[in-house]
Design a binder for this molecule. Structure first.
Ligand code: HEC
Length: 172
């Protein structure tokens, strides 16, 4: 669970998600109890009190909010000492289980990537997020959640791309 990112979700958005979850039809499914192979942190930070609505008027700040609640940077940020290294946010390099099998390395979204999105047009970046295709025609592995991101509306997608364009050059 991307709790570090979801902590920033506004009260109104989290309430909307809860309302949606309550509307999901019951489906019986026997699920085994989880066993944890990693130590769990004592806390994910101080208790969250009130989180206001994101600043829609500020394109970059709003795009950052969307990237947070879309937990984009959880996959696209390298780890250091068992934690996301937020000094290199967006630099990629994480080895993750690909769908349907194997391993996929997350691309570097910062300008330090010579083949990366800083050399793509806005339309090309949007197509990779919502359709899972790169400018060279290669399809992205389904772990990148383009099947879900395809419904991001135009204004939100513009904000998301505006935020991605502000990432500082960093190596994975
Ligand atoms: C669960 C992990 C995960 C999440 C969450 C995720 N991505 Fe990705 N993303 C990937 C992987 C893996 C790839 C590369 C797939 C491949 O190479 O086939 C990728 C590829 C991309 C690419 C193409 C870049 C390139 O150089 O090829 C962009 C742009 C991108 N992601 C942006 C985003 C944005 C924006 C979000 C949030 C809205 C996001 N990603 C969320 C895993 C993730």
């Amino acid at each position: 669970m991307a709790i570090e990112f979801y902590r920033k979700m506004s009260d109104n958005d989290v309430n909307a998600i809860v309302a949606y979850l309550r509307s999901v039809k019951p489906i019986r499914n026997q699920v085994e109890k989880s066993t944890y192979k990693i130590p769990l942190p004592e806390a994910y930070g101080p208790p969250v009190t009130k989180v206001p609505d994101p600043p829609r008027g500020n394109k970059v700040m709003y795009g950052r909010y969307l990237a947070d609640i879309g937990h984009c940077m959880e996959c696209h940020t390298p780890m250091a000492k068992g934690q996301l290294d937020m000094t290199r946010v967006g630099a990629g390099g994480r080895e993750l289980p690909a769908i349907p099998g194997g391993v996929v390395v997350t691309p570097n979204l910062t300008p330090a990537n010579p083949d990366g999105i800083s050399h793509w047009t806005n339309a090309q970046v949007k197509d990779s997020i919502t359709k899972g295709v790169r400018p060279d025609g290669r399809a992205l592995v389904r772990l990148m959640a383009f099947d879900w991101y395809k419904n991001i509306e135009g204004r939100d997608l513009d904000a998301l791309v505006a935020y991605l364009r502000t990432l500082k050059a960093a190596k994975p």
